[in-house]
Design a protein around this ligand. Structure first.
Ligand code: ZN
Length: 265
């Protein structure tokens, strides 16, 4: 059983401010430790359930956050950004049995996490077919392209509610809730314990219903914080400027959505 873990930081226990998510800021190291602890717990849970190979993508910011030596030895860690459109799922292919997402967070423009965003902080909103698209949704569609199920997502409560609304078979571990610009969080050690236990359980269940159905048509709408970004990115082939801050791109092919986001988000 080959497992792919995609790791972010804005949805880990306790994290509440961008200074805590930024490499080189003094507040970062505590949350670097917690991100590493949550991902390590996910690896341990997967091994307990019989995983023979685990690939981890460090999917936040620079892609250089996790403390590699803490991860169990069978793990392979993907650091930095290759430029491949799969981004947070770089190196995923059809040979994996399941995707696990750790530290994920609410979508841009959605409440439930002081650090809500999608892909970059320059986007005020990202919608697919009218719905707020979180990084969970974007990456779950990528996994669907490769027919790999999503076994479990951990992160903030708002994101977990969203996951269940999209597919109730996907297991979730909410570790904190956002209230305005604050968070109410589990104890860091309790978050780690729940992640390890839930993954060990999730990977022993039948995952056949944990995939997403890909829509036949994608209408992607990006609303930027700066009108200057919208103007420039509207020159992407097939994109259209809808108003000063919004561009729209339509395609039946999800890989084209990913290519579009690689260059415009
Ligand atoms: Zn992030």
């Amino acid at each position: 059983m080959k497992i792919f873990i995609s790791a972010d930081i804005e949805g880990i226990a306790g994290i509440s401010h961008w200074d805590e998510a930024s490499l080189h800021k003094p507040d970062f190291s505590i949350f670097q430790e917690q991100m590493t602890a949550e991902v390590t717990a996910a690896c341990e849970g997967a091994l307990e359930a019989g995983a023979t190979e685990i690939w981890v993508k460090d999917g936040h910011g620079t892609g250089r956050n996790l403390l590699a030596s803490r991860l169990p030895p069978p793990t392979r860690l993907i650091r930095g950004w290759s430029g491949h459109p799969y981004q947070m799922l770089q190196e995923l292919d059809e040979t994996f049995s399941a995707v696990v997402m750790i530290g994920y967070h609410a979508a841009a423009g959605a409440a439930g996490n002081p650090l809500s965003h999608a892909l970059t902080k320059g986007l005020a909103e990202l919608r697919i077919n009218g719905r707020h698209a979180s990084e969970f949704l974007l990456n779950a569609y990528t996994a669907a392209l490769l027919k790999v199920p999503v076994a479990l997502v951990s992160g903030d409560q708002a994101l977990c509610d969203d996951v269940v609304a999209v597919n109730p078979s996907i297991q979730t571990v909410p570790v904190k809730a956002g209230v305005g610009d604050s968070t109410v969080s589990l104890h860091p050690g309790e978050a780690v314990r729940r992640i390890r236990e839930q993954i060990a359980h999730a990977l022993r269940t039948d995952l056949t219903s944990c995939g997403l159905d890909l829509p036949e048509h994608f209408r992607v709408e990006l609303r930027y914080k700066e009108h200057t970004d919208a103007y420039r990115n509207a020159f992407y082939p097939g994109a259209k400027l809808k108003d000063a801050c919004i561009i729209v791109f339509e395609t039946p092919d999800y890989f084209e959505v990913l290519r579009f986001l690689l260059f415009t988000a």
